[in-house]
Each structure stands twice: as C-alpha cells, then as structure tokens.
Design a protein around this ligand. Structure first.
Ligand code: NIG
Ligand code: FE
Length: 430
C-alpha cells in the first residue's frame, strides 16, 4: 500500500538525463519499450514523498514551491525511477556453497537437487532458523538492494513449505515491508514437494489449496501465489489446481515457467490470467504469440542463467518483437542467482539477450511495477507517484548496462527520503 510519509520539499535538479518512463496505460510493449521519456537537464519536485512536478530544470526551479525546496544537485548525471525487482526469493537462508562447487565440477542443477542439495538444502536451513535471524539476513540483502538502486521488490516464501516455515517467512517479509522499501509478498508453497509429502505431491497440493492458502489469505500474508511448474517439481494438473484455488481465494498469480524445458506453462499462465510468467528460457514462438495477446507479463531472469553457467537465455528479442510485455528481475536466491544487483541484470539483458539499454530500463522499472500490480504508485517518474529515484554517476543511461559488474549508483531515494548517497561515504581528507 502507498504510504504518505511526512517530509519536506525537495528539488532534484540538473539531471543530464531524467528518465521519466512516463506514459499512459498498461505495460509497455514493442517499440514503446524503447521510449524512456528522457528530459535533458531535467528536474523533479517532491513534496511529502510524492512527485509534484517534473520537467526541464529551468521551468521547475522557477515554481513558487521550488524556491523553498531543499536542493539536490544531479549535476550532469542520470536520474531514473528506482528499480522494481519483481521476482526474488528474499527469505532464503545461507549461501549454498557445496551446490556451487558441485556445479563448477560439472553436475547439473537437477543432479544437485537429486543428491539432496538444491531447494531442499535451503528448506532444511530455513526451517531451523529463528525468524529473527531470517529477518536480519533479509535486511542485509535489502541494504544491498538499496546500494544498487532497487526501491521496490517482490519477496517469495517457498523455503519453509510446511505451515510454520511458510508463515515464518511471510511474517519476516511483513516485518520488513516499508522499512524502508516496498516489498510485495508472494506465497510459493508449490516450490517443491517437502520431504513429509515425498511421493504424495497431489496430497501436498490439496493441503495447500484447502488449508494453508486460505489461512495465508485471511491473515493477508501474501498478495500473489506462485507455482514452480517443471519436471521434478509440479505437473500441469497440479499447477492448474493450485492456481485455480489461489485465484478463487483472491491471490494474484505468477508462474515459474519453462526454465529448463519447454512446457505448457505459458499457456496455463495466460489461461489462468496470471499477472506474470517468469523465466521463459525454453519458451517458443507460440508462447510469444500467447503472451502478446494477453496481459500476462514475460518476466526474464538472466542472472539465473548466468550463475548456472548455462547458455540458453530467454528469447527476449523474439518476445519483444511478438509484442509481449517484458520485465526483468534478479530471481535473487541462493541456488540460481545470489545477487540483487539490477544493473548487472541490465548488462546481461543487453549482452546476452540483445535487449537495447532502453528496453532493459523499461523492463526493470515500469514493466516490473506492472508485474507487481503497483504501477499506479511506483515504476516511473510522474506526478502523483512516490518519489522513488536513483541517481547514477554517469551522463548517459546507456553506460549503466555497458559498465557491467560495477555499481554506478550515486544516490537512492525512497518516498522522498535519501537512503544512500555516495558522497556521504567519501573518505575524510586530512
Ligand atoms: O527461480 N527453480 C526454481 N526456483 C528458483 C531456484 C530456487 C533455488 O535453487 O533455491 C529459481 O531459479
Ligand atoms: Fe525464482
């Protein structure tokens, strides 16, 4: 939910490029993904955490309220909306270093899972961790999100699987939401079949549909429900049953779709009216057409492909050209993407999936906001929206994907409050 913080009047001025991402209507598709609404020498005026005006600096700074504002000089740099990371497994326990080394030695993600690593290794860890430690660990990740320019994110459960574990994860998200980032919670009970239901996946699905999901909904612990539809996880029928129950309970829907093999996941996502279908490495032309003709957003997660050392990235160009609305997210998790750096995701999107820098920005901001159904208050720099801004230490936005693997954020602002400013971190000179 939108919060209106108390605060003062701020003027961010002199941005060499102000990327507004402004525009009407729903998620951006096709050529509209390349329109960033750039204002040269741009300014943003903020009152009580909300954007009240934007435009060329010369015009905005002459407004009566701008004259009383505290000024932030963006001096020749890029100012953009904060990144919206619409797919993360924020509550996840420790790094999986044994898995990592096994994979470097040549074992596949699936072989490691079969050997007792993978998702189950994280489930064992999360079940044992007290909520206080899970929350503290997530807070460290959120600090890293802030340093790298993310101001809104999604957080999935899915490493508890039993009632105690899932509720613990979602309560941790609830405790962290708004302090200071917006975090949209997703119930991912259908991430894997837990050991207590081994060989009884149908019963596990039924238990979630009839017992745990209604309870989570009543307590407002999650807004979305997500299912991992893949060989070794859940079948088409199980995924359909789970999503139908979730939809009837009032959850919005997401699907982990076609990550390691082509499946009917995209068709199912579209049929069920899912808000997004995520991953899509193995999606085909027909999937592109289905997505293009629907409101379901294609959320691509190139960080997971990179970290797993694979070479099959989602067909971003074909999806964009077909007319699908593409979003980009990290998939932050200890198995496939232990990074929450959205700038690196932009670099991968451009270098490996041939997205243009402009398309990548759209996908990581306004389309990410649509994938979380929060585009009415975040995802672009427009009057009436939350003042969630990032300032980058470069004069041209194309440098952001170009300089891969480095952090170019000079300032992160959430609801008009500066959370991080690089210049405040400078060494004392004496
Ligand atoms: O989105 N593949 C399923 N889920 C996660 C990975 C989870 C894990 O390995 O812990 C993903 O990549
Ligand atoms: Fe994921």
């Amino acid at each position: 939910m939108r919060r209106i913080p108390s605060g003062s009047t701020l003027l961010v001025r002199g941005a060499r490029q102000l990327l507004t991402l402004r525009g009407r209507g729903g998620p951006r598709r096709g050529a509209a993904m390349r329109e960033l609404g750039v204002i040269p020498d741009g300014a943003v005026l903020i009152q009580d955490g909300i954007i009240v005006s934007l435009g060329p600096s010369r015009r905005v700074e002459n407004l009566a309220i701008a004259r009383r504002a505290t000024e932030i000089d963006a001096a020749g740099r890029v100012v953009a909306p904060g990144f919206v990371d619409s797919h993360t497994h924020l509550i996840c326990g420790p790094p999986r270093l044994a898995d990592y080394e096994m994979r470097l030695a040549g074992r596949s993600y699936q072989q490691i899972a079969e050997a007792g690593g993978g998702i189950m290794a994280s489930v064992r860890a999360v079940r044992e961790m007290p909520i206080r430690r899970l929350t503290m660990q997530a807070q460290m990740t959120l600090n890293s999100c802030i340093l790298h320019g993310t101001t809104t994110l999604e957080a999935k459960s899915g490493y508890g699987l039993d009632e105690t574990g899932e509720r613990k994860a979602l309560r941790a998200v609830q405790a962290l939401n708004g302090k200071p980032l917006d975090i949209i919670p997703t119930y991912l009970g259908a991430h894997a079949v837990p050991p207590e239901y081994a060989g009884r996946a149908d019963e596990y699905i039924e238990w979630m549909c009839s017992y745990l999901m209604p309870k989570i909904r009543r307590r407002r612990l999650a807004r979305f429900a997500d299912v991992h539809y893949e060989r070794g996880a859940f079948t088409l029928e199980q995924a359909r049953r789970y999503l139908a129950a979730a939809r009837d309970l009032g959850f919005l829907l997401k699907i982990h779709a076609s990550q390691f093999a082509h499946s009917g996941a995209v068709r199912l996502a579209v049929e069920m009216g899912a808000v997004s279908a995520d991953h899509l490495e193995y999606s085909d032309e027909e999937d592109g057409r289905l997505l293009a003709a629907s409101d379901t957003i294609a959320t691509l997660l190139p960080g997971a492909v990179f970290h797993l050392g694979l070479d099959r990235y989602a067909p971003a160009r074909a999806l964009i050209e077909a007319g699908a609305a593409v979003a980009l997210a990290t998939d932050f998790n200890p198995g496939t993407c232990p990074s929450c750096n959205m700038q690196m995701i932009l670099s991968l999107a451009c270098a490996q999936m041939r997205m243009t820098p402009a398309e990548a920005f759209t996908a990581a901001t306004i389309n990410g906001a649509h994938a979380l159904r929060c585009a009415d208050y975040v995802g672009s720099i427009e009057t009436g929206k939350q003042a969630d801004l990032v300032m980058f230490d470069v004069p041209d936005y194309r440098e952001i994907p170009y300089h891969f693997g480095v952090n170019l954020v000079a300032m992160t602002m959430k609801n008009g409050k500066i959370l991080y400013r690089k210049e405040d971190m400078a060494w004392d000179e004496d």
